[in-house]
Design a protein around this ligand. Structure first.
Ligand code: ARG
Ligand code: ZN
Length: 850
């Protein structure tokens, strides 16, 4: 096992290029044969003669040949080296036959089996578990694939070129790296549709699922068609094959995968009916379908030179899927939700031992870098670029990007050069966002004299692990100014902060304005500004920027909650009144009102308190948040029944944003009402529900106040045979368990006959929910830490990737008191001492233990 870090500075172009690949799969659960024929030639970019290194892991080599002449190849742990002296100095063909065992593949990487079907996951480095190959993204080639199996449906990338009984052949004309290879074989049925592209080409669309699930594909198909159209309309990108296949798989480590022409999805992000999926599920399906589809251009046609450039495809594609969702739904609500996620996941990551730049410079296991920083912060960097160069500049830059780099494996340097060439802007300073980790803090003060309003801004870039010294960033700060009467006197303008300290002036003002700073969350920073509750309440009432309107309420709520935690205060009438006004304002979007009613999360509060120099106490935070909800419920009490009645959706369920927003507000009101009426109304909503959003929503309301046992049993009897729905049943119980009971609840549920811990969705549903129950996970007994470590140690030998990912629950260790820190350190040590610890989990635990 190699534990030496791979470094960006060590990048070398490949010694050889691949002109074409032909693969034959003779599928068998325990002994699949893979025959490969790889046409190679020396890479002119690497003059001289070089050994050829072929990656390969856990492969039984049957035989290999160069230009038809058998070679005595001796693979090591990680691959095979063909010495330069044994290779022709022109083009040659390497053939090999290997044997692999898909059924024994529990890591779900490479070729594996999921409930009787064969499928693959090759990103980042799974192809080397299928055959010997230069498994790196800068080696691109067209693939021809023959699949032999008795299973009825045999799929691979590209277009199907021939088939017969027991076999099928596929050809993908677009050169691609091995990580985009895919194969599926199973007893599947298709939900089919068609799409005519902007140049008039017909594309067959299929979503392949198990028989019985075909009725659950409608929303995913609809999302796909809208994604295809949107990418044509907004980015001018057309689909480039005759068929686009999606397959839903039950056992999958991640959300989904953009394999060329054959996307493979976690079934959770495909299958949905109103009765089985919540509004959030529908929104995520739409976003992930779009994300994977958009990768066809940003990822597949233009891929990454090496894995350090991962954000090149992921940051951009997340940005594109966010744009899409915001066009399909409410832009304001989408932005608020994206910022909530960014803060909850990426700010948290940036604040701890796992902090790393958007473009990391070294890694031990690349799977550990599919992070919120690469994805979500990576998307924020694109948003900032767009703000800096304007919409037209962005459009020009993207056109140039597609023109210049189509068919290539590119870098962040290429990406930024395109923006510089298209807009004439120097982005060398902006590039620091890619290389420096950490969330900048902005300290803002202001003054007003003789009609001039000045904002004085200072940026503070704190050290992160391995990066003691930081440089000032280029930070676009969108600002608007409001009159004391609430009118906007200066509409949104983007200030560009480039230095450590800078002042910005607005002249000709009649009165001191109220500034609305960082509108739309124009940069991924923490804004620190001493202000008054009155000013926040003013912005909550009057800001024309919906994000900052919400943000003002959020900041207010966090300040109130912080005081409740630190000195046991009760929320004052000012906050309650301000929030009540928004909650009951019928002129506002119900989805926005629901977001305003959502109280700050406990993990978020812990992070905020820690940043303010406190040691967060999870029990006190939990108790204070409960008191806050109770106070809000009391304040809104008279209005709640009316709200709940008025927001009931007449007619059949539709997943569209407007209806979802009304349901969200209705459930927020129901949650508050449950604190007043002992759960009578929630129980009634649960029983009357004709959709999963309300069924699960009402159940959550009940569990939140320690009720709902009867409903849980009903839910289980109704949905016991539905895996995706039962994941919710498991999650809810952990998520809403009282702090002292959460760990015991995990013990109880992991003993449930349906707790199939080898299924990543089910494992996450229980073990992942524990780390999302802040007070439960951090209970002073240490039981939460222990039970998580137990399960990570157990899962790691089977599925290192998922085990490593879930270990990030420990990344916030430094926030807490010495006792909790020691308890967490003990568990990290236990993990590190586990025999045969995977490289994945070893790297994560090691970084968190340092
Ligand atoms: N490229 C996929 C996506 O963003 C994620 C694949 C992650 N795979 C992994 N092994 N970490 O959509
Ligand atoms: Zn992606």
């Amino acid at each position: 096992m190699t534990d030496t870090p791979i470094r960006l500075v060590d990048y070398l172009p490949p010694s050889h290029l691949v002109d074409s690949v032909a693969l034959t799969f003779r599928l068998h659960p325990q002994a699949t044969r893979v025959l490969s024929q790889v046409c190679l030639r020396p890479n002119p970019a690497r003059p001289g003669r070089h050994d050829l290194r072929l990656d390969g892991e856990a492969l039984r080599l049957i035989g290999a040949a160069v230009d038809g002449v058998p070679i005595a190849a001796m693979p090591d742990e990680t691959g095979l080296t063909l010495p330069a002296s044994s290779l022709p100095d022109g083009p040659f063909t390497f053939t090999a036959e290997v044997e692999i065992a898909p059924e024994a593949n529990t890591a779900l990487e490479g070729l594996y089996m999921s409930r009787g079907m064969y499928c693959t996951q090759c990103e980042a480095e799974g192809f080397r578990k299928i055959t010997f190959y230069p498994d790196r993204p800068d080696v691109m080639a067209p693939f021809r694939v023959r699949i032999e199996s008795d299973l009825p449906v045999l799929l691979s990338n590209g277009n199907e070129v021939a088939n017969g009984p027991g076999w099928a052949e596929w050809h993908d004309p677009w050169p691609k790296p091995a990580y985009l290879f895919a194969l599926v074989a199973g007893d599947l049925v298709a939900h089919s549709a068609g799409f005519t592209t902007m140049s008039g080409r017909d594309v067959a669309l299929n979503i392949w699922v198990r028989p019985g699930d075909e009725a659950r594909c409608g929303y995913a198909m609809d999302s796909l068609i809208r994604s295809m159209k949107w990418d044509e309309d907004v980015y001018g990108r057309e689909y480039d094959l005759d068929v686009f296949n999606i397959v839903a798989v039950d056992d999958f480590n991640m959300g989904a995968m953009e394999n060329k022409g054959l996307n493979i999805f976690n079934s959770k992000y495909v299958l949905a009916l109103p009765e089985t999926a919540t509004d959030d599920d529908f929104a995520r399906i739409e976003a992930i379908i779009a994300h994977e589809y958009f990768h066809n251009w940003t990822g597949n046609r233009i891929t990454c030179r090496d894995w350090f450039q991962l954000c090149l495809k992921e940051g951009l594609t997340v940005f594109r899927d966010q744009q899409f969702s915001s066009d399909m739904r409410s832009a304001a609500v989408k932005r608020i939700e994206d910022v909530l996620t960014l803060r909850a996941r990426q700010f948290r990551e940036d604040d701890g031992p796992l902090a790393h730049p958007v473009r990391p410079e070294e890694y031990i296991e690349i799977n550990n870098f599919y992070t919120a920083t690469v994805y979500e912060k990576g998307a924020e960097l694109i948003g900032m670029l767009k703000r800096l160069v304007g919409d037209k500049g962005y459009a020009k830059a993207l056109d140039l990007y597609f023109r210049r780099h189509d068919g290539q494996a590119a870098t962040i340097e290429d990406w930024l050069a395109v923006f510089e060439d298209a807009t004439g802007r120097d982005l060398s300073r902006f590039k620091l966002w890619y290389s420096e980790a950490g969330t900048p803090r902005l300290k803002v003060t202001d003054d007003f004299r003789d009609g001039r309003f000045s904002l004085h801004v200072e940026q503070v870039n704190l050290p992160t692990p391995g990066q003691p010294d930081k440089h000032p960033k280029v930070i676009p700060i969108a600002v608007g100014l409001l009159n004391p009467n609430g009118d906007e006197v200066v509409p949104t303008t983007v200030l560009e902060l480039t230095e450590t300290r800078q002042s910005f002036h607005f002249d000709g003002l009649a009165a001191r304005p109220v500034p609305s700073i960082l509108r739309g969350f124009s940069a991924p920073v923490v804004l620190e500004r001493a202000t008054t509750p009155e000013e926040r309440a003013f912005l909550l009432a009057h800001d024309t920027d919906p994000f900052n309107k919400w943000e003002a309420g959020r900041a207010l709520a966090k300040e109130v909650l912080a005081r409740m935690v630190t000195d046991g205060a009760q929320p004052g009438p000012d906050w309650l009144d301000a929030l009540a006004r928004v909650a009951l304002d019928e002129a506002l979007d119900p989805a926005f009102r629901a977001l305003a009613l959502r109280l700050p999360g406990e993990d978020d509060m812990a992070q905020t308190l820690h940043a303010a120099g406190h040691v967060p106490d999870p029990d006190r935070i939990h108790a204070a948040r409960q008191r806050m909800a109770a106070a809000l419920a009391e304040r809104l009490d008279p209005a709640l029944p009316g709200l709940i009645d008025a927001l009931a959706e007449p007619g059949p369920f539709t997943p569209e944003a407007r209806a979802a927003g009304r349901r969200a507000l209705r459930l927020a009101a129901l949650g508050l009402m449950t604190r007043r009426d002992g759960g009578a109304r929630a129980a009634a909503v649960f029983r009357a529900a004709n959709n999963m959003t309300e069924e699960v929503g009402a159940l959550s309301c009940l569990l939140d106040v320690g009720r709902g046992q009867e409903e849980l049993a009903l839910f289980e009897s109704r949905w016991g045979r539905d895996r995706l729905v039962m994941d919710k049943w498991f999650t809810l119980q952990i998520l809403h368990a009282a702090p002292a009971e959460a760990a015991a609840k995990v013990d109880r549920l992991t003993a449930h006959p349906d707790f199939d811990w080898k299924n990543p969705n089910r494992f996450r549903a229980v073990i992942g929910a524990l780390s999302a129950n802040h007070a439960g996970f951090h209970h002073a007994s240490g039981a939460g830490y222990r039970v998580l470590a137990d399960w990570l140690i157990r899962l790691d030998p089977l599925n290192p990737q998922t085990a490593a990912r879930m270990s990030t629950a420990f990344e916030t260790r430094a926030r807490y008191d010495a006792d909790r820190q020691a308890l967490m350190a003990d568990q990290l040590d236990r993990i590190l001492a586990a025999p045969a610890l995977s490289r994945d989990l070893a790297e994560m635990a090691g970084r968190m233990r340092r």
